[in-house]
Write a protein that binds this ligand. Sequence first.
Ligand code: PMP
Length: 374
Amino acid sequence: MSASPAVRNAAADRPVNFSAGPAILPLEVLEEAARGVIALDGIGLSVMEISHRSAAFETIYERAHEGLKRLLRVPDTHEVLFLQGGARGQFAQVPLNFLKQGQTARFVVSGYWAQGALEEAATLGQAEALVSSEDRQFAELPSLDGVDIPKGTAYVHTTSNNTLYGTQWPQMPSFGPDVRHVCDMSSDILSRPIDVSDYALIYAGAQKNAGPSGITIVIVDKQWMAEGRQDIPKIWRYDVMAKNQSMYNTPPTFAIYCVDLVAQWLEGLGGLDAIAERNETKARLLYDAIDGSGGFYRGTVTRPEHRSRMTVTYRLPSEQLDKQFVAESAGQGLVGLKGHRAVGGIRASIYNAMDVAGVERLVDFMQDFARRHG
Ligand code: PMP
């Protein structure tokens, strides 16, 4: 998939988008989606105008589903679902299905979203922190050294990339075959290869690396899914959704169409090994600029091995300079760099669709800004 020369020209002065989400999408995907909004090839109608039960949509659904399965090497033991309600929906749906009386859900509390997942589970059953790095202001990942998983644990919940604090597990922790591992991969899904068989359930809102908002990717162990509660509303049951190809109700057809396009784009680039390499390169460029600034820019993550390849967070010598940096960068077409309101500072989200040239533009701006204000 490649963008037409006309769109490339028109896009030459588009802002470089560092937004945390909804976030940057590949230009090729946007152009193809724009065509699909008007008329699908061979159908003549908009992708938004056709039945989710039509053969044309079935083809799109299958391609998106198979594309994700190939990219993530999803084994036959696991089901891929397209749900609604975002990651926060999963904060509730996972315990609703799997947190039973007498069990406890245990959370690796590595940031704001992990804390949110714990709090939501606690409204439905017994939930507690297994470990937390809150006492370190989430500037590093919590240590799991010497931590045993108590009996009666329904599942352990982790967050692979902490979208506010700029930490990411270099390798996801493993809890052994007897522990159900549930992971929120909202802000780094499809950014690197993973071993799906390590997880009982993976979920991710699509709006950072996989498509537009409005769709949530869930990958669930089929055996575990069959053990889910049956006495809850059908619309919230994973097994009901799986039996109905995620179409128990009308799915977000346009969003699924975009996920299909993103998956095709990623496969065209060479899949997750290739994108992981490009993501490493981008992150290295930015961290080198931070570390080479003589202290003008300070990374917020205290342990270098916990630094994220998706979410690069840093501060300037004062809040006033943080503000000035955000304003001036926006003036130069570098947008979305303001840190989350709960944290402040600068946050550059460099998801899959950001190319190396976009990061180089930010690095050039950082060096120029530091020269002028350092
Ligand atoms: N988890 C993580 C790691 C996130 O980054 C976000 C959104 N930034 C959420 C959960 C919440 O996602 P949603 O808005 O799709 O519910």
